[in-house]
Design a protein around this ligand. Structure first.
Ligand code: FAD
Length: 344
């Protein structure tokens, strides 16, 4: 037992999971001079499926959520810093053409255009000629996509080189060692945190090729099409809270393919080259789960980033690092202590 404790203390802060949450929290802590050790079993990782889209203004009502402008500036700097230090390119800015699904949506957008706060993010009405937009559309600025696989591969290699990662499932070993659980939707199997109100959401994405030239912009009409290069795009995503394990459904593939074809006036004859599925760690109130376990002062969770991990995780990694290093409070909206009635 003493030998185990000794090894653990040499490892510094234990991080369980190496999706975006675990990997970016580890990176933040390392940048601030802390020791970490990551445990990762590479099973059902949503971050490896995600398109990594960052879209500041979302939904049918075109909402710019609180803190989004600051989070966006922070995320860009954060990813660019990793790019520079690890010699990769993973953060890609790209305009987004938002096509209105209905007249109502167009009206909602017009209302937002009168609001100064939105002027940085919403451009001109009327998008690209190639596109099938019966209700019109608008260009959205400051959208981007994160190449999550390039980023996570580089971060894993960095941790491997420095002996800071072990590839195996982490079983709870000690409540004395600072341990941060970043297990994505699999937190539902962790008795320490399974009482938190997670609402896992299954999602599927396809990758397609076409001989036609794709526009150099993300197309968003509820679902989205993300051109990776001139002839390849990713198309997504489905959203289903009833499916509890990643699985590939033929109906989803056909639905996404039909969406892609419907985006353009001309037939694009897309060929599906890949079909992937994952489970988003979505929460009932759409806010993350961050903070220390009420009973065990060394055990914490960093999870619940839902459909917006690429934007939220850099911001909250920085903030939670400051909790771990300087005891700063966890932001109220993300703290697990907002669930006052839970029995732990
Ligand atoms: C189809 C789809 C599309 C998406 N599109 C976008 C998008 O466009 N933009 C966006 O921002 N987000 C998107 N997301 C959401 C995004 O994937 C998440 O917000 C984010 O990746 C969550 O990261 P995470 O690290 O919390 O979880 P995960 O990525 O699921 O990582 C959890 C990791 O923990 C490991 N693990 C779990 N338990 C243990 C254990 N006991 N021991 C060791 N390892 C363990 C798992 O193996 C896994 O690697 C999408 C998700 C899906 C499924």
């Amino acid at each position: 037992m003493l030998a185990v404790m000794d090894t653990l203390s040499k490892q510094g802060i234990i991080i369980v999971g190496n999706g975006l949450a675990g990997s970016l929290l580890a990176w933040s802590l390392l940048q601030q001079g802390k020791k970490v050790h990551v445990y990762a079993d590479n099973q059902a990782c949503a971050s490896r499926v995600a398109a990594g889209l960052i879209n500041p203004v979302t939904g049918q009502r075109f909402v710019l959520a609180e803190h989004t402008p600051a989070m966006l500036v922070f995320a860009k700097k954060f990813y660019q810093n990793i790019e520079k230090k690890l010699g990769i390119q993973c953060f890609h800015e790209k305009p987004m053409f938002r096509l209105f699904s209905s007249q109502k949506e167009q009206e909602n957008c017009k209302k937002r255009l009168k609001n100064k706060e939105y002027s940085t993010f919403l451009g001109k009405l009327s998008p690209h000629q190639q596109l099938n937009a019966e209700h019109g559309g608008i260009t959205q600025h400051h959208a981007a996509w994160l190449d999550t696989n390039t980023l996570l591969d580089a971060l894993s290699q960095y941790l491997e080189k420095n002996n800071m990662i072990t590839y195996r499932q982490y079983e709870t070993q000690s409540t004395q060692q600072t341990t941060i659980y970043c297990e994505g939707y699999r937190m539902i199997h962790n008795p320490l945190f399974s009482q938190l109100p997670l609402q896992p959401a299954h999602g599927e994405i396809i990758t397609c090729n076409t001989n036609n030239n794709l526009p150099n912009a993300i197309i968003n009409k509820g679902k989205w099409l993300l051109p990776i290069n001139k002839n390849t795009c990713r198309v997504g995503a489905t959203f289903d809270t009833k499916i509890t394990r990643p699985c590939l459904l033929e109906t989803s593939k056909q639905q996404l393919l039909a969406f892609a074809e419907d985006v353009f006036h001309e037939p694009y004859n897309f060929k599906v080259t890949q079909h992937q599925a994952g489970i988003r760690p979505t929460t009932l109130d759409k806010q993350p789960f961050i903070g220390f376990h009420p009973k065990y002062k060394n055990i914490a969770i960093f999870n619940g980033f839902g459909s917006r991990g690429s934007l939220l995780i850099p911001w909250y990694s920085q903030s939670f690092s400051q909790t771990l290093i300087n005891n700063n409070p966890v932001p109220k909206e993300a703290s697990i202590h907002r669930f006052k009635n839970l029995v732990w």
